[in-house]
Design a protein around this ligand. Sequence first.
Ligand code: FES
Length: 144
Amino acid sequence: MGTNRRKFLNSLLGIGGIGALSAIIYPIMSYLVPPKIAEVKVNSLKVGPVSDFANINSKIVKFGRTPVILLKDNQGNFKALSATCTHLDCIVQFDNEQQQILCACHGGRYDLTGKNVSGPPPKPLKEFNVNIIDNEIRITSQEA
Ligand code: FES
């Protein structure tokens, strides 16, 4: 009788121990091996009306999960480039004074076509298409 009770209590303690261990290990494993989340494929993004750029000449928008810098030059033409620096993935910004794209992380610079012109960036910024349809700015990927 006492042996059965001892076995029963040991079983309960064992189950509790396994449960406690699982409660510790599962979050650690979830952190180390995150679940795969399917990336939503974005082909086109409506940024807004052209009039939004009346007083600004750059804006960073999200194209899916990709930050894109939308630029307006002095002639009113728009250009969209990846806002992720090709050096170490910092987010670039428009330098209105120099009329260049600046990466503040390590001083990388790109011209307004996205070409890397100084600093450590090894290659140009990826370009996106910009179309204006019914006075609304639309960005599309150049990849088919
Ligand atoms: S991350 Fe942009 S220059 Fe280094």
